[in-house]
Write a protein that binds this ligand. Structure first.
Ligand SMILES: [Fe+2]
Ligand SMILES: [Fe+2]
Length: 169
């Protein structure tokens, strides 16, 4: 007996093309989260100095959240009949979150985190726009994740205010 297809919504046969576009966006989001986990582990261990303490603790907490996001993106890819890619398809992009020359350069780390969070916020807004009225489940999931990223970004903007008061509001 053939498996019944959903006749409505994003799982319907006539939505194959849109589904594939969503899967592509979710895959990019998945890799962004994976790379963020790597970068945040690195930058939660390397920094030295008194000022590094708060940053390290925040990043340690964020690692768990970003990992949770990666798992949510992966699960949604499968639900939409996609396949979560293997590690060989990974391409690193976060040049701005590489270890600084001096491990006391905490401002470098904070700027890098803001850059990563801003990139995620931009991409997730695109997914939310695309899935609006098309795929409410992905839409809802990514709105919740966007909320987390906006919180992360705001926290690190606060750190930057203290570290580089001249260049921030
Ligand atoms: Fe995330
Ligand atoms: Fe984040």
């Amino acid at each position: 007996m053939a498996v019944r297809n959903a006749s409505q919504g994003i799982l319907a046969d006539d939505k194959t093309e849109q589904r594939e576009q969503i899967i592509e966006m979710l895959t990019k989001a998945y890799w962004m989260e994976i790379e963020t986990v790597m970068s945040y582990i690195t930058n939660s261990v390397n920094p030295d100095g008194i000022r590094a303490r708060e940053i390290i603790e925040s990043l340690q907490q964020d690692i768990q959240e970003e990992l949770g996001h990666a798992q949510q993106f992966a699960a949604r890819i499968k639900e939409l009949y996609g396949v979560v890619p293997g590690s060989l398809e990974f391409n690193a992009e976060q040049s701005y979150l590489q270890p600084p020359e001096h491990q006391t350069d905490i401002t470098h780390v904070v700027r890098g985190v803001i850059e990563a969070e801003s990139g995620a916020i931009e991409h997730y807004n695109r997914i939310i726009e695309f899935t609006d009225g098309l795929d409410p489940v992905t839409n809802d999931m990514v709105i919740a994740i966007l909320h987390d990223e906006e919180g992360h970004r705001r926290l690190f903007e606060g750190f930057l205010r203290e570290l580089a008061p001249d260049e921030t509001r």
